[in-house]
Design a binder for this molecule. Structure first.
Ligand code: ATP
Ligand code: MG
Length: 191
């Protein structure tokens, strides 16, 4: 006798990320080509390049408002991220670009987002955050070259939907939030 499965809530695979502006994306893509010449593997498509800030995974659609409210509450000043470090993780064969110095605003942003999501009941990762842009998959890695740095002016962050397709994950930016200080009465009056 067939059992009736309980109705499955519709879910979206979500994460928060820094999503590059066009100039930063081009610079990251060039860094990817440069690293690929040294280490091989499969280059990530330019339109997938990002830095994950908080990973939510499968999230019921009816929790989307709660996710958005968490991001609405984040108040962090804009900053610059200097990506000046190439790295390789053996366990997942990923080649990436990361930072040797962590701006305090980046730490604030990651911590504020994850703390609010956790408080709202979302099962976010509590492993330490290592900011990185995945540039290569299935790479053999190699000697870590001194690399030309990419400066990323971070002005906003995004909620992204990950759609699994046969060709790999496709990402869709659902919404963006501008960075701003905690000061109220914005506008600033300085034109
Ligand atoms: P695929 O898993 O299909 O190979 P992907 O890893 O690019 O593709 P997702 O798994 O949807 O796509 O991940 C989206 C982003 O979240 C990526 O930056 C990924 O590194 C990151 N991510 C995935 N799982 C976790 C996790 N458990 N903790 C933290 N970050 C994660
Ligand atoms: Mg994955």
């Amino acid at each position: 006798m067939a059992e009736t499965a309980p109705p499955q809530a519709e879910t979206l695979r979500l994460f928060f990320a820094l999503w590059p502006d066009d100039a930063t994306r081009d610079a990251l893509d060039r860094a990817g080509k440069w690293l690929h010449r040294r280490w091989g593997g499969r280059r990530m498509r330019a339109d997938t390049l990002h830095i994950t800030l908080a990973f939510l995974g499968a999230t019921p659609v009816d929790r989307l408002d709660a996710v958005i409210a968490c991001a609405d509450a984040v108040a962090v000043e804009p900053y610059e991220l200097l990506l000046d470090l190439a790295g390789y993780w053996r366990h997942n064969r990923i080649g990436w670009l990361g930072v040797s110095e962590m701006p305090p605003q980046h730490v604030e942003l990651v911590e504020a987002l994850n703390a609010r999501l956790r408080a709202a009941g979302f099962p976010v990762d509590d492993r330490p955050h290592v900011p990185h842009v995945t540039l290569l998959r299935k790479t053999g890695g190699g000697e870590v070259p001194a690399c030309r740095a990419v400066t990323w002016p971070v002005k906003d962050f995004a909620l992204v939907k990950s759609v699994t397709e046969s060709a790999g994950a496709r990402y869709e930016v659902m919404r963006r939030w501008n960075l701003r200080g905690s000061r109220t009465g914005v506008d600033g009056g300085e034109g």
